[in-house]
Design a protein around this ligand. Structure first.
Ligand code: HEC
Ligand code: HEC
Length: 161
């Protein structure tokens, strides 16, 4: 049932947005921009624009000097280019957390639903550390590939406990 629900919601996004160019198969996000990849991939994975709605990216790009406690400021020209790229490829509103535009992918309802079978201890294991560390489990995240095919959740070894 879950799969068919996802298929339906993807079909809806497809129809409503009329902008499916960045969609390259299930949970594989292919949009790319060189400045985004470099600047937004400097401290963590360059999170695909599809994972938050445009409103979230817009707020984030105006507050880069206070970005989750870090200073991620950019010059105005670079910020404008990256902001336009993020908004043009942004996800549907279902990516929103609670009505307000959240800046955390990991707090959105869809993220919690996709990961409801991941036990709490796995989020904070040595290899993962925090939910935003997508690449710890999604081995092809750098390429925008979040499909189940490339998923390997690192298990804590018994001896390490
Ligand atoms: C100077 C380092 C730095 C740069 C550069 C940076 N970030 Fe971040 N980003 C952070 C930190 C620190 C966090 C919070 C990590 C945590 O506590 O989970 C974060 C978190 C995020 C999150 C939330 C992830 C989650 O947990 O759901 C998003 C989305 C994000 N950044 C997008 C961007 C974008 C877009 C850019 C480029 C415009 C960018 N970041 C550039 C440091 C940076
Ligand atoms: C602790 C390991 C772990 C981390 C870290 C993690 N995920 Fe996942 N993710 C999973 C697991 C396990 C599933 C499969 C859930 C299922 O199918 O029941 C999944 C499923 C997904 C799916 C759906 C894939 C599909 O084909 O159904 C997406 C999209 C996704 N994750 C995105 C992300 C993003 C984006 C991040 C980082 C912000 C992230 N995940 C961080 C373990 C993780």
């Amino acid at each position: 049932m879950r799969i068919s629900f996802q298929a339906i919601s993807f079909a809806l996004v497809f129809l409503v947005s009329g902008m499916p160019s960045a969609y390259a198969g299930e949970h594989v996000y292919s949009a790319n921009n060189a400045k985004w990849k470099t600047e937004c991939g400097a401290c963590h994975l360059a999170y695909p624009p599809q994972l938050l709605p445009a409103a979230s990216w817009r707020v984030m790009m105006t507050q880069l000097d206070k970005h989750f406690g870090a200073d991620a400021s950019l010059d105005a020209k670079t910020a404008a280019e990256i902001g336009a790229f993020l908004e043009a490829n942004a996800g549907h509103n279902k990516r929103e957390a609670t009505g307000k535009p959240s800046q955390r992918i990991t707090e959105t309802r869809w993220f919690k639903q996709e990961h409801d079978e991941v036990p709490a201890r796995e989020w904070s294991s040595k290899a993962v550390k925090q939910p935003g560390n997508c690449a710890a489990c999604h081995t092809q995240a750098e390429r925008g590939d979040f499909s189940e095919r490339s998923l390997r959740v690192p298990r804590e070894k018994e001896s390490m406990r």
